[in-house]
Design a binder for this molecule. Sequence first.
Ligand SMILES: C[S@@+](CC[C@H](N)C(=O)[O-])C[C@H]1O[C@@H](n2cnc3c(N)ncnc32)[C@H](O)[C@@H]1O
Length: 299
Amino acid sequence: MIKNQHVPIMTKEIISFIEGKNNLSILDCTFGGGGHSKEFLERGHFVTAIDQDEYSLKIAKKFKKKYKNISFHKTNFAYFELLNLNKKFNFILLDLGFSSNQLSDKNIGLSFKINSNLNMNYLGGDLNAYKIINFYNIEELQRVFSLYGEINQAEKLAKYIVNRRSIKKINTNFELIEVLRDSGVNFRSKKIHFATQAFQALRIESNSELENLSIFLNKVHNFLNPGSCLAIISFHSLEDRIVKNYFKNNILKKINTYSNNKDWGYCNLTKKPLIATKSEIIENNRSRSAKLRVGRFIN
Ligand SMILES: C[S@@+](CC[C@H](N)C(=O)[O-])C[C@H]1O[C@@H](n2cnc3c(N)ncnc32)[C@H](O)[C@@H]1O
C-alpha cells in the first residue's frame, strides 16, 4: 500500500503566483509525495514531474490513474535536459531536500532518532555517509564538516573520527552520534540536536545537493517561457545563498538591461524570501526553516 507522509510546504504562497491562470505547463522538479503537483493538477494545469526517488515513482503511478495531465520522470533534476522534453514551462518549482517519506525510511537513515545503517543517500547515488565517515581522509572530512556543516572545529572532529574508525568502523547512525558526542567538539547548536550540523554536512555531500542545484540553475533559463516564474524553496542557508545569488546576479535592472550581460533576466518577486506563517509552522514543524524565493523570467 502506497502511503504518503509528506505535507507540502507553503502551498498557498506557491499557488498565489499562478492564481487566475489556466492551462499552465508546470515543471515540478521535486515531486516527492506529490503535494504541490496535486494542487497544480486539481487546478487543471499540465504537470511534468521529476524526482530521483523510487517511492515518488510509485506515488506518481497512483497519480496517473486519477489525473490525465501528469507525466513523471525518475531522474536527477540537475540533468533534466537529457529527457529531451522539447518544451518550455510557465512555472518551475524546486522544493529542495528530502521528503518526510525519505526521513522515515530506515534504509536511507537521515534521522538521528532512528538507528539505521549509515547511508543518508536519498537519491540513490554511489556515495553515502558510511563511505565518507570511514574512508575520507582528514582533509576531506574537514572540508565536508567545515563547508557543509559550518562546524568551527572541523579539523578536530575529522581527526577524532579518523582515530576512532581505526579502532572500529563506524556503522550506524547511533554509533556516529556517540562518536560526535565523545569528540569534545563544541557544536554550536543550542536549540537543535547537537548532531544536526554533522548530519547536514554528510547529507549534502552524499547527495551532491549544492552541486545539483548549481548545475540546474546554470541552464534553467533555457526552459522558461517569457513571463513565467521560477520558484525555489530551500531549507538551509547554504542552499538559500546559492538561490539568492542566482537571482541577484541575473536581476533585470530596467527594461532591456540585464545585470548578467545576457538577453534574459529575472524580475525579483520576493525581495525578502517568503517564510511559512505561524499557523503553518504549528501544523507542520518542517516548514519552520523554509525560505521561498521567486523570480519572473524576462527575455
Ligand atoms: C521536500 S521533497 C518535495 C516534496 C513535494 N514538493 C511534495 O509536496 O510532496 C524533495 C524531493 O526532491 C527530491 N530531490 C532532491 N534532490 C533531487 C535531485 N537532484 N533530483 C531529483 N529529485 C531530487 C527528493 O527525492 C524529494 O522527494
